[in-house]
Design a protein around this ligand. Sequence first.
Ligand SMILES: [Zn+2]
Length: 299
Amino acid sequence: MTCLGMDIGGTGIQLGIVDGEGQILSLVSIPTASDSETLIGSIIKAARPLIDIHHPRAVGIGSAGRIDCANGTVLRAGNLPFKNEPLCRKLSDALGLPAVIDNDANCALIAEAKAGACADHLDALMVTIGTGIGGAILISGQIYRAHNFRAGEVGHFIYDRSGKPCPCGLHGCFEQYASATALIEAATAAADEHPDSLLSASRPLNGKTIFKAAADGCPVANEVLDRYAATLADGLNSLVKIFMPTCIVLGGGIANAGDALLSRLTPHLLPEAVIRTSALGGNAGVIGAAFLAMDSLSR
Ligand SMILES: [Zn+2]
């Protein structure tokens, strides 16, 4: 049995035919359009040939933004042109298949918990480190969404109440100190202070160039990363205390550093913290959305 999984993000959309083991049989990427009618039209156009060839049983949609999973609606999404968009019904009608929807972070955790870094773990968290910090919560094998589908914002507990303002309206949220954005800001400040360093010569600074400078022996880059890892570990330890998961999966661009990140985190972590980097990477959204669709068929 296969399902069609979709991962709709601000910079691109992936559609994939996925089997029960989480293997992607066919994958298509299309750009994200700036108005919702064009965007939905381009998804339908890309999906039809996949459906004709593979005959999936259902469609699973993972989308950025706030999702009403019960009504199949994207309420709003910062980087997407959706507002109260009944995406599930529109795609289901156009493609002639049942469709379900969830947010992209929940889909990524569903995929990692079935076929990825935390396979077979029933209590797990996803922490996605990018521009901000997003996440998802799995409790007793079920995604915890809360009454309004807004649970899982693991980047927005307050780390420093007199700290930086956060777009969410609070001050000093954890993501202001542990996101990729925060790492790049800290590295830029250190590079400005040490203009002769390898870190400074590695501009433009991003997760990849910062970790590369550290691996090449730059003491400034190493210090920046050690401080960053200690901060990230603070937050992960707090999440361990609150949820006591058997595994936390790190996703997003920073997680691509793999062992170079994990080895820096480990000295700061509680003994009961099990932290892994994403096994499915950029494909987790498509795979998780397809698993969501398979689950809906068996209910
Ligand atoms: Zn916040």
